[in-house]
Design a protein around this ligand. Structure first.
Ligand SMILES: *[C@@H]1O[C@H](CO)[C@@H](O)[C@H](O)[C@H]1NC(C)=O
Ligand SMILES: *[C@@H]1O[C@H](CO)[C@@H](O)[C@H](O)[C@H]1NC(C)=O
Ligand SMILES: *[C@@H]1O[C@H](CO)[C@@H](O)[C@H](O)[C@H]1NC(C)=O
Ligand SMILES: *[C@@H]1O[C@H](CO)[C@@H](O)[C@H](O)[C@H]1NC(C)=O
Length: 257
């Protein structure tokens, strides 16, 4: 009877982990309620208009668009909020309304490219000259490659979690052994994926000690970057899965079915 409880406990944890990862995967695939709320990183551009104004003597026109359905990447105008998921990124003109870019497997986190491709061409050029060149935010190659690598880790981690859950259902010592192995492998993969994302979001967010490259101004950069709920869910999935290793291991060694 104790063995049964142990297996049930492990299965609940592995199931919770898989569920969390499914939520992470649907983040930003479209703008309906649940996917809208889940992202790996959030880039708030609402303060950037002020920074840009500091660089230009004339009053600015058309930096932002209020058209929620305008396509991304066409220089139509900046949106207030950019959210990045594993398959796409979406941009929002307010808390609810926005539009998403095309979906790609292993979407790369390239926030600088996303925002400059939305800015009208002349403002995009000014942005290139006033943002410090050594900030990670501008290092699209590094961010793109890291996020793509992290994507594969998270996908494989999710698959391992599913295998651990499924093999754990057939009750015998061999399948519990297989579950243990996959729970361990999945935990490692989720840990690597979540760590990469945490590092790149933190690096991108640190504009500290950086100012606009303008003479006689101390205007802040006005771009606010933070980790999205998807990243916290990923850490939660990792936590559930690594805890499930213990009961899987106990079941594998002690189950007498
Ligand atoms: C974005 O930043 C502005 C200030 O720059 C703030 O007022 C607003 O609440 C932020 N939006 C979100 C969704 O965090
Ligand atoms: C908003 O953008 C869509 C898609 O480009 C376009 O069809 C529509 O006319 C635009 N609406 C306004 C008010 O400009
Ligand atoms: C997005 O997909 C549509 C339809 O497949 C295509 O016409 C468009 O060029 C794509 N946009 C980008 C930016 O790749
Ligand atoms: C910056 O300030 C200094 C001293 O106040 C002034 O001499 C200089 O012309 C200013 N430069 C610009 C580009 O406004």
């Amino acid at each position: 009877m104790r063995g049964e409880v142990c297996v049930a406990f492990a299965s609940v944890l592995a199931f919770a982990s898989m569920l969390l990862m499914i939520f992470v995967h649907v983040g930003q695939i479209n703008t309906s309620n649940v996917p809208r709320g889940i992202s790996m990183a959030v880039v708030n551009m609402s303060g950037y208009g002020v920074a840009l104004q500091a660089a230009i003597p004339d009053t600015l026109f058309g930096i932002y668009t209020t058209n929620a359905s305008a396509p991304l990447g066409d220089g139509i105008g900046l949106r207030q909020l950019y959210k990045f998921g594993l398959y796409s990124h979406c941009a929002y003109v307010d808390s609810k309304n926005g539009t998403c870019a095309n979906q790609t497997i292993g979407e790369q986190f390239r926030p600088y490219d996303a925002v400059t491709s939305d800015l009208p061409a002349n403002y995009s050029l000014i942005t290139a000259s006033i943002l410090p060149s050594d900030i990670t935010f501008r290092d699209s190659k590094y961010l793109g490659q890291s996020s793509k690598a992290a994507y594969w880790m998270l996908l494989l981690g999710t698959i391992c979690t599913a295998i651990a859950l499924i093999t754990g259902i057939a009750k015998n010592n061999l399948t519990f052994f297989v579950s243990t192995i996959f729970a361990v492998a999945g935990s490692i993969l989720l840990l690597i994926g979540a760590s990469i994302w945490t590092v790149i979001v933190n690096k991108t967010a640190s504009f500290n000690d950086h100012l606009l490259q303008l003479p006689n101004t101390t205007a802040p950069i006005g771009i606010d970057i933070s980790a999205g709920t998807g990243l916290f869910l990923t850490w939660g999935a990792f936590a559930c899965l690594i805890v499930s290793v213990v009961p899987y291991m106990i079941s594998c060694c002690t189950y007498r079915g």
